[in-house]
Ligand binder design. Structure first.
Ligand SMILES: Cc1cc2nc3c(=O)[nH]c(=O)nc-3n(C[C@H](O)[C@H](O)[C@H](O)COP(=O)(O)OP(=O)(O)OC[C@H]3O[C@@H](n4cnc5c(N)ncnc54)[C@H](O)[C@@H]3O)c2cc1C
Length: 379
């Protein structure tokens, strides 16, 4: 008999959640991570991630979000940590924009509570915004943020508490399917198990070369600014998370000042990244990039870029249709994969762990994951 029931490769956002759900179901779990626990070289760092239900990407995500919210609340209860904050959210754009019209469609299809604000009402409620007269906003009270580092730490700790053997700074060099299981080889040795769950983030092209999904790795930048008039107007009690789309379809998103007066408020472009390799990515953020963000904010949230505080890079793993890949490996029924989260996966972390545990233990899940089949036709 193999020493482990399941090996989980990659203990970032998705892998640590999978390790927890598997260990909580009594499985003997080995987790392998190439870096330390909670690091900043992948996709799950930077202090905050948006969470929302009126999902403009596709209403098919909504049932997964409803379950994710239940599991986020459970994670907070089980750990006693501050992970989820519902600040409310506004999704602003022209009436026909993806950000507004897509959010409205998901809200209407699923009967999600929401309000529609015209430009005047948006500005009255949140004076930090300077909308154009023809902008509209969908307000969702249940939107907010989760803390990625706290999440990875919480899932990892819970997994270990349920008996998972989590090993760090132990990169997986290769894996192979055996007739009755899998073998995983690291610099320290090789391990066998009945099942394998691979959550490699931006290393998917390296660890899953034969998956048949073209995944592009993109360098993204997060910026923190000290607002010009101080953080009062950006305090989480009075400022929502936001996504703003301009007339050309460019989206920025941002957060209230969640870490007090010194921490500033975070903002970023959604999807304006450069193709990169995670081994050679330029982690430096350059003066012209900071200037570009300041210029963009001048027309949207003019008081935000008072003083530049800091910036950091992060990686997106983008599929051609920007939908996730979550499935049993098409060639190997004993292998489960989760990758290609295309810059919007974090809010799903707890439910993805549950789905991966379902697939790795029973080969099926009741969650609707048809959209995430690696064998789909890509747009
Ligand atoms: C700037 C930015 C902003 C974002 N904003 C949002 C947001 O607001 N809302 C939202 O929902 N999502 C957001 N996302 C997306 C979300 O954060 C990601 O989809 C999610 O973090 C992906 O998790 P992951 O587990 O796939 O990757 P990771 O957390 O990077 O985990 C992959 C892990 O695998 C490990 N690994 C790789 N290769 C090996 C190997 N050979 N051996 C052992 N270990 C290995 C890596 O070291 C890493 O720890 C954002 C992402 C970025 C970068």
């Amino acid at each position: 008999m193999a020493a482990y029931d399941v090996i989980v490769v990659g203990l970032g956002g998705m892998g640590s959640s999978a390790a927890y759900h598997l260990a909580a179901r009594g499985r003997r779990v080995l987790g392998l991570e190439r870096f330390q626990t909670v690091h900043s070289r992948g996709s799950s760092h930077g202090g905050s991630r948006i969470i929302r239900q009126a999902y403009f990407e596709d209403p098919a995500y909504v049932p997964l979000l409803l379950r994710a919210y239940e599991l986020w609340e459970k994670l907070e209860r089980d750990t006693g940590r501050d992970i989820l904050s519902l600040t409310g959210g506004v999704f602003v754009g022209r009436p026909g924009s993806l950000t507004f019209a897509g959010s409205l469609r998901a809200a209407q299809e699923w009967g999600l509570p929401h309000e529609i604000l015209d430009a005047g009402e948006l500005r009255r409620r949140y004076p930090t915004f300077t909308p154009r007269p023809d902008d509209v906003a969908l307000f969702e009270a249940k939107a907010g943020l989760v803390r990625p580092e706290e999440t990875v730490a919480a899932h990892s700790r819970l997994a270990a508490r349920h008996g998972a053997d989590l090993r760090y700074e132990e990169p997986v060099l290769r894996w192979e399917a055996l007739p009755d299981g899998v073998r995983v080889t690291t610099a320290n040795g090789s391990y066998t198990a009945e099942r394998l769950v691979i959550c490699p983030g931006a290393w998917a092209p390296r660890l899953l070369p034969d998956l048949g999904v073209p995944i592009t790795i993109e360098r993204q930048v997060m910026y923190w600014f000290q607002p010009r008039d101080g953080v009062t107007a950006f305090e989480p009690e009075r400022h929502p998370i936001y996504i703003h789309e301009d007339g050309e379809g460019a989206q920025i998103y941002g957060f209230p000042a969640i870490d007090g007066p010194q921490g500033g408020a975070k903002v970023a472009f959604f999807r304006r990244g450069q193709v990169c390799d995670p081994e050679t990515i330029d982690r430096q953020v350059h003066a012209e990039e900071i200037q570009d963000m300041q210029d963009h904010l001048a027309g949207v949230l003019p008081t935000l870029p008072g003083r530049f505080l800091r910036a950091a890079t992060c990686l997106y793993s983008v599929t051609p249709d920007k939908h996730f890949v979550i499935a049993t490996h098409p060639e190997h029924p004993q292998v489960t994969v989760a990758c290609g989260f295309s810059g919007h996966g974090f809010k799903f972390v707890p439910v993805v762990g549950e789905i991966l545990a379902d697939l790795a233990t029973t080969g099926a899940t009741e969650h609707p994951i048809g959209l995430f089949d690696p064998r789909r036709e890509y747009a």
